[in-house]
Design a protein around this ligand. Structure first.
Ligand code: SF4
Ligand code: SF4
Length: 56
């Protein structure tokens, strides 16, 4: 399993700095998570101001 970023994402970038395995990919409108890299730690969810990363 991996976390996924839902459509609430405002592309602020806060989650990227928290991910220990660099699984988060920047985007213009929305960030995404590489499911092959994500280790399901939840750090991105803790850093997100809008609770966009959710367990997939
Ligand atoms: Fe990175 Fe952890 Fe979020 Fe997966 S759950 S994208 S490993 S911070
Ligand atoms: Fe999107 Fe939340 Fe990550 Fe900001 S911290 S880029 S709103 S998922």
């Amino acid at each position: 399993m991996a976390y996924v970023i839902n459509d609430d994402c405002i592309a602020c970038g806060a989650c990227m700095e928290e991910c220990p395995v660099e699984a988060i990919i920047a985007g213009d409108d929305k960030y995404t998570i590489d499911a092959d890299k994500c280790i399901d730690c939840g750090a991105c969810a803790g850093a997100c101001p809008v609770d966009a990363p959710v367990e997939g």
